[in-house]
Design a protein. Sequence first.
Length: 302
Amino acid sequence: MTQPSASRNGLSWEQCGRQRIEDLLARHLPPADLAPARLHEAMRYAVLGPGKRARPLLVYAAAEALDLPLELVDAPAVAVELIHAYSLIHDDLPAMDDDDLRRGRPTTHRAFDEATAILAGDALQVLAFEILARPARGVSDAAALAMIRLLAAASGTRGMAGGQALDLAAVGQPLPVAGIEEMYNRKTGALIGAAVLMPAALNAALPPERHRGLERFARCTGLAFQIVDDLLDVLGDPAATGKATGTDARHGKPTYPAAAGLEGARARVHELVAAALAELAGFGPGARQLREFARELGARCP
């Protein structure tokens, strides 16, 4: 089995996985000089800029936990990152969050223009599903369809788009903690859930309790991920986060620290990390990278 483990040149598991996904993304995106060149350039700008690649790395980590060859999950790894990139383009638009900086450089609509940014997001979304619809050798049509359904549900009104709608509707209004968690479970947690569960769709023999464990792991880490982002928006260093701080407060957006306080938000992150790790108890050493992802969330919490 090919794994993004430490290689001959001394790279870590994460560095190998990141290199793998960067190569795949560059290969799957249309060339910048292919007509319509400006649109393709904007797509590549939005995707190939600096980023954590947390979601595709989660795909690879889940595959490793399930003892799956990475070649079987390259398509969902690419697809989930394209969906994430499309969502960032649209979230940054003036009609949404109106951000000028993303990953330490101008947002796509600032680097190009609003119309091109909208089209780039649209094109990345459909490209993600086109890639999933061309399954790798060894992936059945039924498994490919299951992954398409998972990613579609995570992207739509039950997931990311629905969470963003709830976020926009709540601007200027205080939300209780329960309401914020529901919003975050859709806005951020759903796509993280798809990253973890798409590899599970390739293992028809996976026991139901293991599948439920992965679902709960994803739910806990997805919520923790967004709360950490909230805390970094208040306490983070823009040079490290790649975006301006305090933007949520300036836009009147409800956040977890605003509802629960800084200490309450920190406590919730650590509670969620502990719960996520507990869900992996039955997976053994193969889930090491999933465990590391959860622990790093706790370590990132300011």
